[in-house]
Design a protein around this ligand. Structure first.
Ligand code: BGC
Length: 339
């Protein structure tokens, strides 16, 4: 995470060399390739990517999908820790009961009319030993690809959440190429989301090499300023001292966000690959007014640049919904979905 902060702070240098003419103008932001510009989504986080389902307090109920659709979202991302639910050795079969449960949840989303992004999440072992985990990673994708080959096109795959540590750009680019090829054997046209390294940072896009394939979508995650969005997060060391950090929307605060989104949009335009913001959000420990201001600003600025987005996440630490009461935090929801 420290690395992430360092990477974020270097972005201003890069973005001052914008690729598109006029990209520094407040009137004319650079535009991403607009194929997924209307994507409005939410992450069903802290459920199936917990070490065991339910461990982190969220159990996905069928009613959530309807609530999400009725609120105005059109996509859900479902993070799943498949790596913890396979046999120990080759062929790394996914546990049938777990697979069945995930399958039911995916189908509920699809039947509700939402596009579902199935995301391989918290595969911690591959971050420290990419070579040792390559066979298992590909075995998981082979099973998922075979299983879903006849699923509707509204099911998307996402190769891996937030590559980091030993999974550097060179290693990741090779794994991406080989795994896309593997998935294409059974799913020639399914949309596949792929982000760069360093926790799917914006800057890592410049090191991401995607195979030539018109059904790939690039993704990045956006939590800047990190001290604001992650204040008091129990998985981020030192974040207790950030509690009380506000986001006021000063010109400097806004410019820092604009620079990052410009960079993402310029990359998409230049590479001719659509891009989405697959995670962004702020922890509920932060004050509500700051959360609203930040969420509204990031969302509108992404939309201005044709960048579709998925909020992190439904009803846990970064929540916008109460999963016990089945009610929205309406003031925060309104900053996401403008009706
Ligand atoms: C991680 C979550 C975390 C979120 C915000 C996600 O990609 O998987 O555990 O809450 O990012 O840090």
């Amino acid at each position: 995470m420290v690395a992430l902060i360092i990477m974020l702070s270097t972005s201003f240098l890069v973005s001052s060399c914008s690729i598109l003419p006029g990209s520094n103008s407040a009137m004319k932001p650079p535009l991403a390739l607009d194929r997924h510009a209307k994507l409005r989504g939410i992450n069903l986080g802290n459920a199936l990517e917990a070490p065991a389902p339910g461990n982190w307090g969220v159990t996905i109920k069928p009613t959530y999908f309807k609530a999400i659709r009725d609120a105005g979202f059109n996509h859900v991302r479902i993070p799943v820790r498949f790596s913890a639910h396979t046999s120990q050795t080759t062929p790394y079969s996914i546990e049938p009961n777990f697979f069945n449960m995930v399958d039911n949840i995916i189908n509920q989303g699809l039947e509700t009319g939402l596009t579902v992004i199935l995301d391989l999440h918290h595969y911690d072992e591959i971050m420290v030993d990419p070579a040792g985990q390559r066979e298992k990673f590909q075995a998981i994708w082979k099973q998922l690809a075979n299983h879903y080959q006849d699923a509707p096109p509204t099911l998307y795959f996402e190769l891996l959440n937030e590559p980091t540590q030993q999974l550097d750009s060179d290693t990741w680019n090779i794994l991406v190429k080989d795994t896309v090829q593997l998935i294409r054997e059974s799913n020639p046209e399914r949309k596949i989301l792929i982000g760069g390294t360093n926790f799917n940072s914006v800057e890592s896009l410049n090191r991401l090499q995607l195979p030539s394939d018109k059904n790939l979508i690039a993704t990045f995650h956006f939590y800047m300023p990190f001290e604001f969005t992650h204040q008091g997060a129990d998985w981020v060391r030192g974040s207790c001292s950030w509690i009380g950090t506000t986001w006021e929307g000063t010109p400097e605060e806004k410019q820092a966000i604009v620079d990052q989104l410009d960079l993402a949009a310029s990359w998409s335009a230049k590479s001719r690959i659509p891009i989405i913001m697959g995670e962004f959000g702020s922890i509920a420990t932060a004050d509500q007014t700051s959360r609203q201001k930040w969420t509204e600003f990031v969302t509108r600025e992404a939309e201005k640049r044709n960048i579709g987005w998925l909020y992190w996440e439904l009803c846990s630490e970064f929540k916008v919904y109460d999963c016990q009461l089945d009610t929205w935090d309406v003031s925060l929801l309104k900053t996401l979905i403008v009706k």
